[in-house]
Design a protein around this ligand. Structure first.
Ligand code: G4P
Length: 275
């Protein structure tokens, strides 16, 4: 981890701005707090990607929270949009003073140098591909920065490192791990599916009651069952007898595929206080 951190730190010296990419369904859980230490005062645009899968009200609340804290943030759906002009626009706005100073020094077309950073699976490669209008290879999930990177031009005003910086997810908080598992950000062999399924049932019952009731035809009584019992009831309903693990897997896959609609697992601060 120290090596990965050093590699990212080294590259950061060369950029004007960092595009920190997170998953809009878990905007806090998919951040790595080490990035704050590494990049310190370096300008940063926070990109809440996969916004097409997230709860739009909560995404708006998160963006407003970040903006109020002085952190510029935008939502994004890199999967379905071919071009992402909003990123360059936001970067230009963040760096407006610097660009102005460069213009005053006679540089007519200042070039913004940027790099994408984030934990695995948040969509870094997808964002880069869209910005560079090409198909760079997926970069793998090993934290750090690939050697022999090169600068590629996204436009006349924006250059990007051709591979993103990869940070590790924060695993010290077990709930963070569970949320990342539910969104598919971490590998299947490092979590217990039944823990994730029980968390999901509790969360959706509390936050998205109508969606889960409708999807699984739950009765008022089902809604009051302890989550493990509800999981067992669903497992039986799906004809899996009492095979908790298969029931859990099915629930997790269905949530990932959007069977319960769009959702955000990290509650914006005001809602978290109320909850
Ligand atoms: P990474 O570099 O950060 O590790 O992530 P990558 O771009 O490889 O994206 C991880 C997965 O997330 C990919 O799906 C990608 O298609 C999907 N993805 C990226 N951005 C978005 C987005 O804005 N919305 C949605 N819905 N999905 C997004 P995959 O299942 O790994 O591959 P595939 O389904 O594209 O084949």
């Amino acid at each position: 981890m120290a090596k990965a951190q050093r590699q990212v730190q080294e590259k950061l010296k060369q950029v004007d701005i960092v595009f920190e990419i997170v998953d809009a369904r878990v905007p806090e859980s998919s951040r790595n707090p080490v990035l704050d230490q590494i990049i310190q005062q370096k300008p940063r645009l926070l990109i809440l990607n996969k916004a097409d899968l997230a709860d739009p009200h909560k995404t708006a609340a998160w963006i407003s929270t970040y903006e109020k804290a002085g952190q510029p943030a935008i939502k994004l759906d890199a999967q379905h949009k071919q071009r992402l002009p909003q990123i360059e626009k936001a970067a230009r706005s963040i760096l407006a003073d610097k660009i102005e100073r460069q213009k005053q020094r006679g540089i007519r077309n200042p070039l913004i140098k940027a790099m994408c950073i984030g934990i695995p699976n948040v969509g870094k490669s997808t964002v880069l591909n869209r910005l560079l209008s090409k198909n760079i290879a997926k970069t793998g999930n090993k934290p750090g920065v690939t050697k022999n990177q090169q600068w590629l031009k996204a436009s006349d005003h924006l250059a990007l490192l051709d591979t993103p910086g990869i940070l590790w997810p924060k695993f010290d908080d077990p709930e963070v791990g569970t949320k990342l598992a539910l969104t598919g950000a971490i590998a299947e062999n490092i979590y217990h599916p039944d823990d994730v399924a029980v968390f999901a049932l509790d969360f959706f019952r509390a936050q998205y009651t109508a969606a889960i009731t409708k999807a699984y035809q739950l009765t008022a009584q089902d809604l009051t069952l302890p989550a493990p019992e509800l999981l067992l009831a669903l497992t039986k309903k799906w004809g899996l007898k009492d095979d908790y693990d298969r029931g859990s897997d099915r629930l997790i896959q269905e949530i990932r595929k959007g069977r319960l609609g769009r959702y955000t697992l990290d509650l914006p601060p005001k809602e978290a206080d109320e909850a």
